[in-house]
Structure formats: C-alpha cells, structure tokens
Design a protein around this ligand. Structure first.
Ligand SMILES: Nc1ncnc2c1ncn2[C@@H]1O[C@H](COP(=O)(O)OP(=O)(O)OP(=O)(O)O)[C@@H](O)[C@H]1O
Length: 372
C-alpha cells in the first residue's frame, strides 16, 4: 500500500497542511517540538483510530478550534482509497471512506496498515506487562479489526465487574445484589476467551519470525524465545475447554477478589515472556541487546502484517534511527528496501547512515508547516 497524500486541518500544531509523498522513503527533519511526530500520529489515527500519546480528542484538535480533520489518499492493490477522520474537542468523531460516512469503527479500520517504531518501544523489553499487552493489541487490530471491538467489549464488562467488587468490599453492610456476579463472570469468560484465542493465534505466528530476525541481527549469537503467558492457564490446543477453565479460575480466586475488590482473572493480566539465551530479556545484558530484540519484534511485525494482509504495511520510524548502530540500521534497511513505504522523523540528517537518504524525499518541518 502506498500513502500518496495527507492533509491536516487544525490538527495539533498544523493549521492547514497538505503533503505529497513522492518517494518510498520520506524523511521529516526539524528541531524538537515542530510537528514531526504529530504528522506520524495523524497516520496512526487513520490506521488504528487511536493515538499512543493521548486518549482525549481535545488534545488532538488545535488549541482554540472545535474540530480537526485528517484526510488521506492511498493506493492499495484493490485500487485508490480516500479516508477522512474528523475529530472534535467534544469527543464526537466522523469517519468516512471514499467520501461516504461510515458508522462503525470496524468499517474504517484495516484500510491503512502500519508498524510504528519509536524510542518508546524499548519499553517493550524494559517496561511492565501492560506495555507488551498494548503492543499485542495494536498488532491484532491491524490484522483483524474485529479485535478492536472484542477488546472494548471485554474492558466494558471488566469495568462493570470491578465496580461490583469494589462496592461489595466498601459496603459489606449493604452489598450489591449477589445474583449479578455470575452474570458478569459469564460475560467476562466469554469475551475474555475470544481475546485469549486471538492473542495466542497471533503470537504463534509472530514468534518464529521474531526468533529468526533476532538470530540474524545478533550475528547468530542469540536465541530468542517469545512466549505467550496467559493469566488463564489452559491447553491452547483445546480451545473448547477455555471458557470452562476461565470460569473455574475465577472461582478459584474468588476469595482473593473478595478481599482486594478487583478482578484478578483474565487477559487484562496476560504477559508475553521474552527470553534471550534462556534468560529473561529484561534482566539480560546491555541496551544494545534489548535494541536488537525490539528491532526483531518490529521486523517480525512488518513481515506478519504483510503475510496476512497480502500488501506491505507502512513503516513509521519516530526518532529511532539514530539510536540504532550501523549493523542494526543496515539490517533494517535491507529488510524494508523500497517495498515498505517508510516515514522517518529526525532532528538532523547527519544523525544516521547516509544510505537512508538515497532516493528519499526530505521535508523540513517548522512550527507546524512543512517545506519541501
Ligand atoms: N492541540 C494542539 N494545538 C496546538 N499545538 C499543539 C497541540 N498539540 C501539540 N501541539 C504542539 O505541537 C508541538 C509538538 O510537536 P511534535 O510532538 O510533533 O514534536 P516533534 O517535531 O516530533 O519534536 P520532537 O523531536 O521533540 O519529538 C509542540 O510545539 C506543541 O505545543
């Protein structure tokens, strides 16, 4: 897929900006806080309807304006496509595909596929389990947009069940109607089982790709193991048993939940284990090794999305190239070639290998304006 054109209207610090992408690689160069990451964020929003930087639309709308608009024209194997996302400070959104308004998020997702790689991604190794769960979810939304709906439903049930447990703990003298709990349990297990199955299925395909990339980038020195560690223990080859297992494990933790007043069972507590040469990567060695691991995960992500979608996704490199040494930069360059359209942000062009500049389009970003 190829993003040809992007238009930003009252989005972040862009009052009105039109950008033509004229080469497979576009480098956005500019000092700090000029709007480079804002542009990548606009692409992220079109792709996932989420921003990793904020959950409030009013942050995305230019200060003093009521609404922002992001419009993109892209070329997919199936033909040309136009997407428009209107964001309002009051949170209401309008989505349109080829100038027709679509009501369901599901109908908007999946048109732009992308992999993002920023310096924050080092937290995938160093950060807590929540960071890895978010990553899993972002990849899954790309692969099967229905996952966004499932995950949202799961979180809604979780919120209501937590409110029940909290109230029961805070007011034992007038507890909520006990008959509600089994209903929440069933919904949690039913939605949760679907989340777990999808996470398992995706990681099963991603793990060997990441392992292969890690082995290559480390010069055949290191062996990566990436393993799903679901909070609900079960036999993944017996998916029919998962719902029952889920309910049984809720039951087993009922006492602890009673005292703590929160839901202790379910995929909101999943983990992804990352081991290098049998040692947890978090505790393992240098930052360099952790960078190799994150790069391997990102390359695996690119490859998996391409395999499943059948077209190369976009790659967004936010201020990360300068952090990779020559070997890792070369591995990345060799993997993307000209096939993956890549948008790169940097504070100065000398920050990374000159080879990246070959046939790249360079755009200068200054105070929310882009100069060719
Ligand atoms: N809603 C908004 N309205 C107006 N300006 C905004 C809004 N949100 C962010 N900004 C401005 O956008 C700028 C930040 O841009 P961005 O995050 O893209 O920086 P950057 O060019 O990527 O720099 P860095 O290299 O530091 O990441 C800041 O000047 C900030 O004040």
């Amino acid at each position: 897929m190829y993003l040809q054109h992007l238009q930003l209207h009252q989005f972040r610090n862009y009052a009105g900006q039109s950008v033509e992408f004229a080469a497979p690689k576009t480098i956005l160069v500019g000092a700090n806080a000029q709007g480079k990451s804002n542009l990548l964020e606009a692409v992220e929003l079109l792709s996932t309807l989420k921003s990793h930087r904020t959950s409030r639309d009013r942050d995305l709308v230019q200060e003093g304006s009521a609404a922002a608009q992001i419009t993109a024209a892209l070329q997919r194997d199936s033909g040309p496509l136009d997407l428009t996302l209107t964001l309002r400070a009051n949170g209401r959104r309008t989505l349109s595909v080829n100038s027709e308004t679509v009501r369901r998020h599901l109908d908007f997702l999946g048109h732009i596929n992308m992999v993002q790689f920023s310096s924050l991604d080092l937290d995938l190794v160093r950060g807590g389990p929540g960071t890895r769960r978010n990553w899993l979810d972002t990849v899954l939304i790309q692969l099967e947009p229905v996952y966004a709906y499932l995950w949202q439903q799961y979180q809604q049930v979780l919120k209501q069940r937590n409110a029940f447990l909290k109230q029961r703990r805070a007011h034992p003298e007038r507890p909520p109607d006990a008959a509600q709990l089994p209903l929440w349990d069933q919904q949690l297990a039913s939605m949760g089982a679907r989340v777990i199955q999808r996470r398992y299925r995706m990681l099963k395909r991603l793990a060997p790709l990441a392992q292969k990339w890690h082995h290559t980038i480390s010069g055949q020195q290191e062996q990566l193991v990436l393993a799903y560690a679901p909070n609900i223990t079960h036999d993944p080859e017996q998916p029919d048993h998962l719902y029952g297992e889920f309910l049984a494990q809720i039951e087993a933790r009922a006492g602890a939940e009673y005292h703590q007043g929160i839901t202790l069972t379910g995929p909101h507590r999943d983990e992804v284990d990352l081991l290098i040469n049998e040692t947890p990567a978090r505790q393992y060695g240098s930052q360099g090794q952790q960078r190799t691991l994150v790069l391997a995960l990102k390359l695996a992500e690119l490859q998996l999305i391409e395999e499943i979608i059948g077209e190369p996704p976009l790659l967004l490199l936010d201020d990360v190239l300068a952090e990779l040494d020559l070997n890792r930069q070369n591995q990345l360059l060799a993997a993307i070639q000209e096939r993956f359209q890549t948008l790169i942000t940097t504070t100065h062009l000398g920050a990374f290998e000159a080879k990246w500049l070959d046939s790249a389009q360079v755009l200068t970003v200054e105070k929310g304006q882009i100069q060719l």
